[in-house]
Design a protein around this ligand. Structure first.
Ligand code: LLP
Length: 429
């Protein structure tokens, strides 16, 4: 739950605003972000990596308001599409603090990034190195480039979000020698400035080992590059992936401890081989916006399936939170509009979509007197919920509201049926 969440007369209050007022004013489902919580987490990362950079991974959730909060907290920003870049630029995010990612950036995306003057471009394939070199030459610019390396670390997380093993689409493998070949090719192009290496091992990881092993392997590569080419690369970007608490027992990664250990590992390797300490960058997404976001739903039906469990249907579902269906993600959920002394009943929180996999929270206990019109809040939905939302069943996407010091404001408006119908090219036919 966001740091500022509490109960007042039974109802959950976030950022000083009663969720019942939020539901009345803005409707449900509703994504609610506690601005102070997001800013505080950004500051903790910035302090922990005070001698490096923290780039917020915009894929977790991006809109101009959030981009501005993080810009003002001194963070950089990672984007991985032209659309994310467009939001960053619309928010007046300083381009030199933006990094462009992606395993298949379109030519127009590379061009837009070069025109905007983004700080870094992370190259991910041999084709892209050639493409970017050509485009930079044509435009007469010399972008700073990082090479994405797959370090071979087996991250302990869901298969779909682990990214450092060899058999997946991202990066250049270290073990096969592709990473060193990428270095040769970038160095051969006068229009690209190679400044460092990048690694992202996966997401929602609690175990510090994976990050540490990856950092060590990148530092070793820096030594190999110096030995082969006589160049010392000044930057290492160690990616994101820091796990957050979704359930009461989860132990999130501590940014300060993480920063200290990464600095130690890289520093030791560099000292041993006479390299200057590179500047370290990390790219947390979930750890910045995840815990500060809550989704509010209204209960519509409560169906007791005899002898099994009670199905509690809410007015959203897999269109606003795909993570349970896609990754088997787990969430904490609470009755938010009141408290109840009724006995707990084994429940499943489900959505309104037309498939049985449309589950928001698979197993939870809710009070037996739960009824239509009650509000429930699902915690830690600030990352990868709105950003992965869909219009399945032609359901408009919920609004996003920011709360702070007792006031709420819409930061992304609710889609309407008209918004969706506008895209239907033959609606008037
Ligand atoms: N940097 C790069 C290059 C990434 O690919 C990602 C996430 C991040 C940073 C930020 O990772 P974070 O700190 O947020 O874990 N949709 C999935 C997560 C996919 C993450 C993809 N890349 C989910 O809902 O769990």
């Amino acid at each position: 739950w966001p740091r500022g969440a509490r109960r007042d007369e039974g109802a959950v209050v976030i950022g000083g605003v009663d969720v019942r007022d939020l539901a009345r004013e803005y409707g449900t489902p509703l994504y609610v972000y506690d601005e102070a919580d997001v800013r505080a987490r950004a500051r903790r990362y910035a302090e922990a990596f005070h001698d490096g950079s923290v780039h917020y991974a915009g894929k977790a959730f991006l809109c101009t308001a959030v981009a501005r909060w993080l810009r003002d907290e001194g963070l950089g920003l990672d984007v991985c599409s032209g659309g994310e870049l467009a939001i960053a630029l619309a928010a007046d995010f300083p381009p030199e603090r933006i990094t462009l990612h992606g395993n298949n950036k379109a030519v127009w995306e590379l061009e837009r990034a070069l025109d905007a003057g983004v700080g870094h471009i992370v190259v991910d394939s041999f084709e892209e190195i050639a493409r970017l070199g050509f485009l930079a030459g044509k435009k007469g610019v010399r972008p700073k480039v990082l090479i994405r390396v797959t370090t071979g670390v087996e991250a302990h997380t869901h298969e779909f979000i682990a990214t450092a093993h060899d058999d997946q689409k991202f990066g250049f493998s270290r073990s096969s020698g592709a990473a060193l070949e990428a270095v040769r090719r970038v160095l051969a192009l006068k229009d690209l400035e190679l400044v460092g290496l990048h690694s992202h091992i996966g997401s929602q990881i609690f175990d510090a080992d994976g990050f540490q092993v990856a950092a060590h392997r990148l530092a070793e590569l820096l030594v190999a590059i110096r030995d082969e080419h006589g160049v010392e690369l000044p930057e290492l970007d160690l990616g994101g992936g820091y796990g957050i608490a979704y359930l009461p027992g989860d132990e999130p990664i501590d940014p300060k401890a993480m920063a200290d250990s990464l600095r130690d590992i890289v520093g030791r390797e560099c000292r041993a081989y006479g390299l200057a300490m590179p500047r370290l960058t990390v790219e947390p997404g979930r750890a910045i916006v995840g815990p500060g976001g809550v989704t509010l739903y209204e209960v519509g039906t409560v169906k007791d399936v005899e002898g099994l469990r009670t199905y509690v249907s809410v007015d959203g579902g897999m269109s606003d939170n795909l993570r349970t269906a896609l990754y088997g993600a787990e969430y904490s959920c609470a009755l938010a509009s009141r408290t109840s002394d009724a006995a707990p009943m084994l429940s499943r929180l489900v959505g309104k979509h037309c498939e049985s996999g449309d589950i928001v929270v698979r197993d939870l206990w809710l009070p037996e007197d739960l009824t239509a019109g009650d509000l429930v809040a699902v915690a830690a939905t600030g990352a990868y919920c709105r950003s992965m939302a869909s219009n399945y069943n032609h359901v408009p996407k919920p609004a996003v509201v920011a709360v702070r010091d007792g006031a709420a404001r819409v930061i992304v408006r609710r889609e309407t049926e008209d918004d969706l119908l506008r895209l239907d090219a033959e609606v008037e036919a």
